[in-house]
Design a protein around this ligand. Structure first.
Ligand SMILES: [Zn+2]
Ligand SMILES: [Zn+2]
Length: 215
């Protein structure tokens, strides 16, 4: 009995919203509900799970835009991101305008997350890693037992997150990846915020931004 997941691409940016759940209890979390709530609702129905919370990696609109609506509809607590991303939450209406998204409601997470904390989904526990660089309050969720990480826009297959936004920083992002994510192990698979899954080992070997060959 372990942690199961299903990836639900949402928004025009094809953000990988994830439904994760504890097989034992059927309790679930929606990670990064950026929008397209109908698709998220359909996935929840099909899997027959009970959503108990929303987890956020960071507060860009394609990851957090549907948060307030879904939280209100299902009465869910919101956990994450780190409080350094509060300015992005407060700026959700402006982000929406910039990218032509429907205007979302601003919200306040029930729990800001810190590096080293844990979040639970049913009987499963995920570790929280604060991984700034793409946004200052970006967090990653790591389920050690199954070797699965949900990394948002920190790392992609063959690429890394953008750092040209306010409070983004390239060197900080590289450090987050090399000093926090890679030590978790080559065999760890990760769900990125966009695009296909990969493993830390594959990125260490081939990712032009953070591979071992790139000093
Ligand atoms: Zn982002
Ligand atoms: Zn994104």
């Amino acid at each position: 009995m372990s942690l199961k997941y299903r990836i639900i691409p949402v928004t025009p940016f094809q953000q990988n919203c994830s439904l994760i759940w504890c097989e034992e209890t059927g309790k679930a979390a929606v990670v990064d509900p950026g929008g397209d709530l109908d698709r998220i609702r359909a996935a929840v129905r099909e899997e027959g799970v009970t959503v108990e919370k929303i987890l956020l990696t960071h507060a860009h609109i394609d990851h957090a835009g549907g948060t307030a609506e879904l939280a209100k509809e299902l009465g869910l607590p919101i956990e994450g991101p780190h409080k350094e991303d509060n300015f992005w939450i407060q700026g959700l209406p402006q982000q929406a305008q910039m990218f032509g998204f429907p205007a979302p409601e601003v919200f306040t997470p029930d729990r800001w997350l810190e590096d080293g904390e844990e979040v639970s989904v049913g009987n499963q526990t995920l570790e929280v890693l604060h991984c700034p660089g793409h946004t200052p309050g970006h967090v990653v969720f790591f389920h050690r037992e199954s070797g699965l990480a949900l990394v948002g826009d920190v790392l992609f297959q063959g690429s890394i997150g953008r750092t040209d936004f306010p409070k983004g920083d390239h060197n900080t992002l590289i450090r987050s990846i090399r000093e926090k994510l890679f030590p978790l192990g080559d065999q760890v698979s990760f769900i990125p915020g966009h695009g296909p899954m990969s493993t830390f080992g594959q990125e260490r070997a081939t990712n032009p931004f953070v591979s071992d060959r790139r000093g």
